[in-house]
Design a binder for this molecule. Sequence first.
Ligand code: MN
Length: 210
Amino acid sequence: MAFTLPPLPYDYKALEPTIDEQTMRIHHDKHHAAYVNNLNAALEPYPDLQKKSIEELLATIDSLPEPVRKPVRNNGGGHANHTMFWEMMAPGGAKEPTGALAEAIKKAFGDFGAFKEKFNKACVGRFGSGWGWLVVDRSGGLTIEDTPNQDTPLMGGRMPVLGCDVWEHAYYLKYQNRRPDYVAAWWNVVNWTDVSRRFEKARGREMAQR
Ligand code: MN
């Protein structure tokens, strides 16, 4: 098998009460697993593509063989997005970022509160299923965007450093139709250590390419 479902980096119950155990079990063991299985099925006739990383497949999606473009976009995007999503959350982390990431947020958005407000707006305003993202742009600065379905900034070769899954499967059991409540609570489980690590890595890469 080319791609495998990574284990959750913590217990299914670890993000309670923000995200309940049953949601985590279904989200990881069923939804994420399905993206991995469907991606592998689509890539079965293409052994050379199975050797590439998921980031590489998504960044070069327009040059892939036509029959795999849609499955890589949907299921490959789903696999990449969820793998990041689990790592971008953790129980009992810091409430706010520090260091270079905190400075970059201040520079891009004014202050942490204004950043959260803008990010929340992107998440709540995304019509239907999708994601809200904090992305490192080409100049090493930060921007907020939202994507439909499992589309990902990785398709443009850009690095997301924080992403919030706003598909109903991410929150419906506990929050039902109240997406704003889910997004507001979700900040409690953001893993700022992981987000900072991604920021440093992505910014270093963008600076090196200039
Ligand atoms: Mn999801």
